[in-house]
Design a protein around this ligand. Sequence first.
Ligand code: FES
Length: 110
Amino acid sequence: MKNKFEKPLFTQHVFVCTMGKACSEVGGEEVCGALRKQVLERGLKGQIRINKAGCFDQCGHGPMAVVYSQGTWFAHIKPEDANRLIDAIVNDDDSQVQDLLYSGEGRIKT
Ligand code: FES
């Protein structure tokens, strides 16, 4: 589906904390780049949008990402996790990313 400007309406948005101080210091940009690479390589550019984002107020668990429409949060992501994270999003199956799921417990504020 496309909007009136012929741009695709994405079915999934992945927000990656790249601009928050804590996540930027532990590789938020690299995670964002790895996720974008996966989306491009898989031909999913019109379906999954990887957005850079500011602080999620969950500092200390980064790099972090949150996926909508699922509303699923991920923490301590490494660039090498991008493949299985995109798998989880595409298949709507978190079974292979259990170690990355974040519930908000143990929140560390900076
Ligand atoms: S800097 Fe990423 S959650 Fe705060």
